[in-house]
Design a protein around this ligand. Structure first.
Ligand SMILES: Nc1ncnc2c1ncn2[C@@H]1O[C@H](COP(=O)(O)OP(=O)(O)O)[C@@H](O)[C@H]1O
Ligand SMILES: O=P(O)(O)O[C@H]1O[C@H](CO)[C@@H](O[C@H]2O[C@H](CO)[C@@H](O)[C@H](O)[C@H]2O)[C@H](O)[C@H]1O
Length: 461
């Protein structure tokens, strides 16, 4: 049975409920199968399916490994997409009986139709997978506690920067990235394009988002204490994270080189920031009242009177992209911002862009519990004050660690860091509107607070 003709409607109903679907702000006009590849035959069987989703003018491609079974065991019911001629069609990432084949094919470096499976080391294959419950834009399969295989859900033609930078950092001997073991690719628009990558699973790791969240919860639970007085103070970890970030930036510069941004390019970047702001204001009217202050920050950036060093950077740096293991901080997910075109994500940028991303994340960590009034009790003004205090303490510690380990000192480049932070917050407004509308309040309230604070240079010291 070919799915091509039958899957479209089923998927169109199911897609908007998937965390990784990046078009929740618009209706779906059409879903069509671009290609499908049988990877396991029989019952159960596995088809690797690439679909094209049309929403107005925009067409995005996604990959869905589709499982087919005549009888669907209870443990897979939640993964069901629908039924075709009585056969259960489901998201196969949740079926370890089927996902094994991905690992086996990578181990064998084999091809299946348009799909190429590759590995760069001998792989252990007798491992069951579990779809990661992490809050993420793609889907990761954890094999045993040995490997993690990230299936990129929304596909872009070309090598994924996550794979590209992980390889480069491994070559530069970075001690802050997990080992890369393999990948899956296919041709899209005539270019070799990444579908998945397989890395070492950091079994002793906890991600920075969880650690920071625990620290914030500790603070909210102790109404009388300040951020530096509670047991879960995170500032020392933030400082170490800053240092690890500076080391990764150094290794990226070694692996991929550096350049200098001419004044015209700085102005062009400021113009793009304005354009992104305008686009976000059109899509999210709640942003409009802050547009003036945001624009001022972008104008100040356009006038920065110094050569800006650029290099390959992480591109979407936040607390969910770092893990603390027993040996220190590890950085993950060098994919860049998933909504941006690939060529933009691969473009060298100023390293403070990553610093700004992490600074925004401290704000998110402090505020996300406040989104749901039931998650935390207390006076809203006092909670807002405490969120701000926690974020400031950790932001400062991160910047100190970064500068002391040889990174560009954020405190000495206020116009740059402020513009990058605002630009990131504007991106987040769009990201939340499209992916997690109930979180939109977080970047909006940070923008309100940031725009109320004095502009760089206007402070009395
Ligand atoms: N190598 C790894 N070892 C252990 N956990 C990992 C590893 N890579 C990612 N994770 C977990 O998966 C989450 C999402 O990973 P990430 O690469 O950021 O995916 P996405 O691009 O889909 O957001 C991380 O926050 C982390 O909790
Ligand atoms: O991890 P991804 O590469 O998929 O990044 C996207 O999703 C992130 C959320 O999962 C989003 O990050 C935003 O939310 C985080 C908390 O969930 C917060 O720590 C970040 O600071 C905030 O930007 C990221 O922007 C998006 O590209």
């Amino acid at each position: 049975m070919r799915l091509t003709e039958r899957l479209d409607d089923l998927i169109a109903d199911w897609l908007p409920r998937q965390r990784w679907f990046a078009g929740k702000d618009r209706g779906i006009d059409d879903v069509s199968v671009v290609f499908e590849t049988e990877l396991v035959s029989g019952d159960p069987s596995l088809r690797h399916v690439v679909i094209a989703v049309r929403q107005g003018e925009q067409v995005d491609r996604y990959q869905v490994p589709v499982g087919l079974r005549r009888e669907l065991p209870g443990r897979l019911e939640y993964a069901e997409i629908g039924r075709i001629d009585g056969v259960h069609v489901y998201d196969a990432v949740h079926d370890p009986e089927l996902t094994r084949v991905l690992l086996e094919k990578m181990a064998d470096c084999s091809d299946a139709g348009p799909l190429a499976f590759r590995s760069i080391s001998g792989l252990e294959t007798d491992l069951d997978s579990l779809a990661s419950p992490a809050e993420q834009s793609n889907t990761s399969l954890i094999y045993g506690d040995v490997y993690i295989c990230k299936l990129f859900r929304r596909l872009t033609a070309g090598i994924n920067p996550d794979l590209e930078l992980s390889r480069g950092l491994m070559g530069a001997g970075s001690k802050h990235v997990p080992a890369l073991h393999g990948w899956i690719s296919c041709e899209l628009d005539g270019t070799v394009s990444t579908l998945a990558m397989l890395s070492e699973f950091l079994r002793t790791g906890t991600d920075g988002w969880q650690l920071a969240g625990t620290s914030v919860r500790d603070l909210y639970a102790e109404a009388d204490l300040h951020a530096d007085e509670v047991g879960g103070d995170f500032a020392a970890e933030s400082e170490r994270l800053g240092a690890a970030t500076a080391e990764v930036h150094r290794d990226l510069a070694t692996a991929f080189g550096t350049g200098v941004m001419a004044s015209a390019e700085v102005r062009e970047l400021a113009r793009q920031m304005h354009a992104r702001l305008n686009e976000a204001c059109a899509a999210v009217p709640q942003l409009v009242p802050y547009a003036g202050r945001l624009s001022e920050a972008f104008d100040a950036f356009a006038k920065v009177d110094e050569p800006l060093m650029v290099q390959r950077v992480h591109g979407d740096f936040h607390l969910g992209q770092v893990m603390r293991t027993e040996t220190g901080w590890m950085l993950l997910d060098f994919e860049g911002e998933p909504a941006k075109p690939l060529e933009e994500r691969r473009r060298p940028a100023h390293p403070l862009r990553d610093v700004a991303g992490m600074l925004r994340s401290y704000d998110y960590a402090a505020r996300h519990l406040l989104v749901n009034a039931k998650a935390v009790s207390g006076n809203p003004d006092q909670l807002e004050y405490r969120a701000h205090e926690w974020a400031e303490r950790n932001r400062t510690a991160f910047c100190r660690g970064y500068a002391e380990a040889g990174g560009v000192d954020p405190a000495a480049h206020e116009e740059i860091i402020r513009a990058f932070e605002f630009d990131k917050a504007v991106y987040e407004v769009m990201y939340e509107a499209r992916n997690r509308p109930s979180w939109l309040h977080i970047p909006l309230s940070s923008i309100a607070a940031l725009s109320a604070s004095p502009a760089p240079g206007s402070r009395t010291r």
